[in-house]
Design a protein around this ligand. Sequence first.
Ligand SMILES: [Zn+2]
Ligand SMILES: [Zn+2]
Length: 344
Amino acid sequence: MPLPETMPAAVFKQKGEMAVEDRPVPSLGAGDVLIEVSHCGICGSDIHFVLDGWGHPDTIGGHEQTGTIVAVGTDAGGWSVGDPVVVGPSPKCGECRYCKARRPSLCMGRGDVGGGDYQGAFAGYQRVPAASLFALPDGVTLRTAALAEPLAVARHGITNSGITAGQRALVLGAGPIGLLTIAGLRAMGVDDITVTEPGERRRQRALDVGAARGLVPSDLTEPPMPYDVHDDGYAVSFECSGRADAQEMALAQLQRAGTLVLVGAGIKKPQWDANRILLNELVVTGANCYDFDGFDKALALLARPDFPVDLLIEPEDVPLGGILDAMHGLKEGRLPGKVMVVPS
Ligand SMILES: [Zn+2]
Ligand SMILES: [Zn+2]
């Protein structure tokens, strides 16, 4: 079947504004494949690009996608037309000290966040490097597999935290990444999980996914003196909201030698008490993208029958023209789980 010359795409115009426009179907390089996009999740970063205006005008977002191969370049490995695939990380340099240390998310040659000429998957078709593709595990649908990217993000936060089964965890923010973090923690035997979330629906969803208790942010307090810690402090705080006040409070909930992992991104800068970090030997770290084997591990988790996929993906998928509405719903917390975009 011949491919069309144009495709619909959801294009970022300016802060708070998107339009569905016809764009040329991308042409292929030797090492590329063309996929017809099946599902693409809406990421918190997509919301920042559009609703907060971080994006470049006339770009197409979306990076949590699955699809079916409809054309292959002359050097596209073993992939064939008709293969269902998950799109994983863009290939990194493989040469720098971070790549050699199996930390590709820190590659010296990685692109800028949201920059470059990336054409995302909020479109009918997408050109992707064949080297970035993963096959679907048995029994995992294209829709479920589109959770692989955000699950790999959540798992990278868990890896960087160093948490082990039996330790106590605090998760701040129960949006899609907070929920995936809770599900990922439960899958590795961390059962004592507290979640803080102002939105009632999201808090309830977090309990359904596997948190042991749900709090609202105002339930958290900072011990009066920097050398004090709460008696029931946490081994790890996962800050998934990107809010400065939550980042500050996340640090104050740690037990001695505890670890704060920053998973959510925001613009406003937190103010931390350096003495609290010093006197209690706290660790503050971030989580950017994925473990070196993040997609393999995420796909293996998604294939587990006990993994709560139905609680993690919202039941209603949206077309390209519905992305903006869904972004508002996600930002306001009306939609707790991941929203999947279906471009065609
Ligand atoms: Zn994402
Ligand atoms: Zn590198």
